[in-house]
Structures are given as structure tokens and as C-alpha cells.
Ligand binder design. Structure first.
Ligand SMILES: O=C(O)c1cc(=O)[nH]c(=O)n1[C@@H]1O[C@H](COP(=O)(O)O)[C@@H](O)[C@H]1O
Length: 232
């Protein structure tokens, strides 16, 4: 597994906040306890892409969670445009055509992550969406396809990390949302593990949003998550 030199890099804080001012306040409160931030739909549509570029210029690592999925040409050119924002990671959905297009549009420095099956899905949700395979099998199949296509990393739940690692080998990344410190509310997440369990399962990065953004002391929660992974 590729190892980051700084243990704080293992935690990616999801800045799922209404506006840039709120994101700036949270980043300031967390201070040096976190090095890596994710900007998803909520903030991206409220000025978050410029903010992501600013964070990157300020030395933070950024993850653009845009979950691209469209015709190949649109994905390829979209990835090319996103490359200008200085991000470390960009997500696309793990459909083969979409992943191939993303790899064509990728420029150096930007790693493409493929979202296999959302962590808010269980087998019943996958069946409702028309998939015949249980979630674990669908994740494994998409991870295998992602590796064949040359995607840099996989987004899945930590519960699938072992099976995914077997299929993608040691050098690609495993990034896992659906992470909850012991006792925290799962919310809409259905495939959930603790930071320590995730780390022990061989993940490279965890993504954590509400347990940090909603905390009275977000810096302390971030520090505890990093420490829990160090001890795992
Ligand atoms: O691509 C993602 O980051 C993602 C994939 C997935 O399968 N599940 C998932 O929760 N996410 C994102 O990870 C974050 C999890 O947030 P919390 O549930 O608040 O910790 C959110 O920003 C989601 O958009």
C-alpha cells in the first residue's frame, strides 16, 4: 500500500457546508490538525471551486468530489478543465466508459478516483436501482475494471477494502467514506466502519464529514480520528 509520510494526510475532511465563509471558518478552526479537504456538490455550487484552488495554493491537499458521469467527450474535457484547480483527487463514477474518458483527460498531478457503489447503498438499494449483483460483488467488479483502465484509486466502503485491495494491487489508492467514530450517528450512511477498523482493513484515506463539521470541537475530533488510525 502506498504510504503517506504525514499521518494527517490519511484524513480527508468533507467540507459539506453551505458557503465559502462557513468553509473558511471550519478550516481555520481545524488549523494544522487536517491537511486534506474535500469539496463536493454543496460547496462547489456555492463558490467552492475557487475556494478549492485557494486552499491548494495555501498548501492544503484538495479533493474535488464532482462524481462526473456523462458521455465520454464531456467527461474527458471536464477532467481537463478541473485539472487547472490544483487538486490532488477528482471523482468519477465507476462506469467503464466514464473511467476511460477520465483517464484520457487526466493531466499530471491529478489522481482520478472511481466511486464504485455509494456507501449509502445496501443490497436492497442496488436491486432497486436495477443491479442484479449484491453490493460487495458490484464493488469488486468495478474495482477490477477501474484497475484495468488505469484509474488511480477506488472509493468504496471500508468493509470492501480487503477484496478491493486484492483486485487493484498495492499501488492504487483506497479511499473510504461512510466512516463514523464509535457512537457517532450513521445518518444516511449504510456501510459504515470506524476510522480504526478502516485503517486496519488497509485503506489509504478516510473521508469524514458530519462527525467533524457538526462537532463542537472539530479540531479535537480530527485529531482523535488521525490518532485512532495511527494506533490501528
Ligand atoms: O465520493 C465520495 O466522497 C463519497 C462516496 C460514497 O460512496 N459515499 C460518501 O459518503 N461520499 C462522500 O463522503 C462524504 C461523507 O460525509 P459524512 O457522511 O458526513 O461523513 C460526503 O461528502 C459524501 O458525498
Amino acid at each position: 500500500m502506498p504510504e503517506s509520510a504525514d499521518p494527517r494526510d490519511r484524513l480527508i475532511v468533507a467540507l459539506d457546508l453551505p458557503d465559502v465563509a462557513a468553509a473558511e471558518r471550519l478550516v481555520a478552526r481545524i488549523g494544522d490538525a487536517a491537511t486534506f479537504y474535500k469539496i463536493g456538490y454543496r460547496l462547489a455550487y456555492a463558490g467552492g471551486l475557487d475556494f478549492a484552488a485557494r486552499l491548494a495554493r495555501a498548501g492544503k491537499k484538495t479533493f474535488l468530489d464532482l462524481k462526473l458521469h456523462d458521455i465520454g467527450n464531456t467527461v474527458e474535457e471536464g477532467v481537463r478543465s478541473a485539472s487547472a484547480l490544483g487538486a490532488t483527487f477528482l471523482t468519477v463514477h465507476a462506469y467503464p466508459q466514464t473511467m476511460r474518458a477520465a483517464v484520457r483527460g487526466r493531466t499530471s498531478g491529478l489522481k482520478i478516483l472511481a466511486v464504485t457503489v455509494l456507501t449509502s447503498y445496501d443490497d436492497a438499494d442496488a436491486a432497486e436501482a436495477g443491479y442484479a449483483l449484491p453490493v460487495a460483488e458490484l464493488v469488486a467488479r468495478r474495482a477490477e475494471q477501474a484497475a484495468e483502465i488505469g484509474i488511480d484509486g477506488i472509493v468504496c466502503s471500508a468493509a470492501e477494502a480487503g477484496a478491493v485491495r486484492e483486485r487493484i494491487g498495492p499501488s492504487r489508492l483506497i479511499v473510504t467514506p461512510g466512516i463514523r467514530p464509535a457512537g457517532a450517528e450513521a445518518g444516511d450512511q449504510k456501510r459504515v466502519m470506524t476510522p480504526g477498523q478502516a485503517r486496519a482493513a488497509g485503506i489509504d484515506h478516510v473521508v469524514v464529514g458530519r462527525p467533524i463539521t457538526g462537532a463542537d470541537d472539530p479540531r479535537a475530533v480530527a485529531q482523535r480520528i488521525v490518532a485512532e488510525m495511527e494506533d490501528a
